[in-house]
Write a protein that binds this ligand. Structure first.
Ligand code: NAD
Length: 424
């Protein structure tokens, strides 16, 4: 019997602390009273589950899983599930809180949650992943629910895992409950546009920021870190709007081509190469660290947390950073970027297109109807543009960064709702 221990947080930039630094700054600007501060700062519910799974070799391996509901003040909690060896409770707590703020920024009636399992999905067979996903769902069957807590994909999970989750939850209820999870395959009640939704939102917020900064997309260059769901879709959609994508990357390395990466080739290569870019010849091989410091107009970190730190923030040459990933900038790097006049569209705004279409998926499931793609895209674009404008005006009014402005918008909304609802 084997057990995978949670990895200690080795880096200096604990994502929960990074989230709290911004939360504290915004709370000060809002003059948040102590009581509301205490309510909003801690997660509503933290569940730790132990998941014994029979591996293909016949041995049982015990995995540790988490589900954190940060808040259900605005509505049922919403947030993805991450499969990764680096999953850590503090990381899940930070990601759950970011979901609360994100839903508030885009004005969606959801609270925030996040889940994770410490595992290496790339080294597991489909059968092992299915058993793990069913065990996780079964352990959390009382936590999940269309009116309680609605999971979705995150790093290491996708439509396939969401289908297993829906099936396992539905079996426990004795009926099909497709609104319990979003990011499902289309045939199970998934929404058109969900796969590209996060990338689409990143594209819309990038263009909105470029317009304010008077950067012409047709003359702009861009580098994207991460070539998964968010990174690849963002790159394709931005190229479509005229930007030249000079750099892309995944966990195996980064590729640079000053004439522009052929994205069609990169996607085809990745699909034919077990989902990784390793060996891609459409650009010079550089490191992920180098990619972040390349001479581009727009930098899109779309892989993981804490890649922009006080150590490299001063070397970033991009004028605009748009955070496709959650928490890619450590709080300690914010000041350096702000002083260097690097504009940052923060994660809780930039990548909110995903949860927006997840919300549309849930609405469609609940009314038993399917919306066409043009309606989904139109509504997503409008939600993202409106959210960007609200955050931008707040930043101008208070003379603060877009990140702090997004926290101000979000915390103000959740705090106001809490006051109306009240406590015990
Ligand atoms: P994914 O698993 O589809 O892709 C992740 C990509 O990042 C892969 O290309 C992987 O190789 C790369 N990567 C991993 N570690 C890396 C490293 N150290 N350096 C460079 N690249 C690395 O995941 P995703 O769904 O695209 O999520 C990416 C980020 O976006 C995460 O922070 C996630 O929380 C966030 N996000 C995702 C969604 C969504 O709808 N999928 C929504 C909002 C936010």
């Amino acid at each position: 019997m084997a057990y995978i221990e949670p990895a200690p947080i080795k880096d200096k930039h604990n994502p929960f602390e990074s989230m709290m630094v911004r939360f504290n700054d915004a709370a000060k600007i809002l003059n948040l009273d102590d009581e509301t501060y205490e309510v909003l700062k801690r997660p509503h519910k933290v569940v730790i589950v132990s998941l014994p799974v029979t591996m293909d070799n016949g041995k049982i391996q015990v995995f540790e899983g988490y589900r954190v509901i940060h808040s259900n003040i605005l509505g049922p909690a919403k947030g993805g599930i991450r499969y990764d060896l680096g999953v850590h409770l503090d990381e899940v707590k930070a990601l759950a809180a970011w979901m609360t703020w994100k839903c508030a920024v885009v004005d969606i009636p959801y609270g925030g949650a996040k889940g994770g399992v410490i595992c290496d999905p790339r080294s597991m067979s489909a059968g092992e992943l299915e058993r793990l996903t069913r065990a996780y769902t079964s352990s959390l069957v009382d936590v999940f629910g269309p009116d309680q807590d609605i999971p979705a994909p995150d790093m290491g999970t996708g439509q396939r895992e969401m289908a297993w989750l829906m099936d396992e939850y539905s079996k426990a209820q004795g009926r099909t409950v497709n609104a319990v999870v979003t990011g499902k395959p289309l045939v199970l009640g998934g929404s058109l546009g969900r796969v590209e939704a996060t990338g689409r939102g990143v594209m819309v917020s990038t263009l909105a920021a470029m317009e304010k900064m008077k950067i012409n997309p047709a003359k702009a260059t861009c580098a994207v870190q991460g070539f998964g769901n968010v990174g690849s879709n963002t790159a394709i959609l931005l190229e479509d709007r005229g930007l030249k994508i000079c750099g892309i990357s995944d966990h195996t390395g980064a590729y640079w081509n000053a004439d522009g990466i052929d994205l069609e080739k990169a996607v085809a290569y990745k699909n034919a190469n077990k989902g990784v870019l390793q060996g891609f010849t459409g650009g010079d091989l550089i490191t992920n660290d180098q990619l972040l410091e390349m001479e581009v107009d727009v930098l899109i970190p779309a892989a993981k947390e804490d890649v922009i730190t006080p150590e490299n923030a001063g070397n970033i040459k991009a004028k605009l950073i748009v955070e496709g990933a959650n928490g890619p900038t450590a709080a300690a790097a914010d000041k350096i970027l702000f002083e260097n006049k690097v504009a940052v569209v923060p994660d809780i705004l930039a990548n909110a297109g995903g949860v927006t279409v997840s919300y549309f998926e849930w609405v469609q499931n609940r009314i038993g109807y399917k919306w066409p793609l043009d309606r989904i895209n139109r509504r997503t674009d409008r939600a993202m543009k409106d959210a960007f404008e609200t955050v931008y005006q707040t930043a101008v009014n208070y003379k603060i960064s877009l990140r702090l402005a997004a926290y101000v918008v979000a915390i103000r909304k959740v705090a106001e709702t809490y006051k109306f609802r009240g406590g015990y």
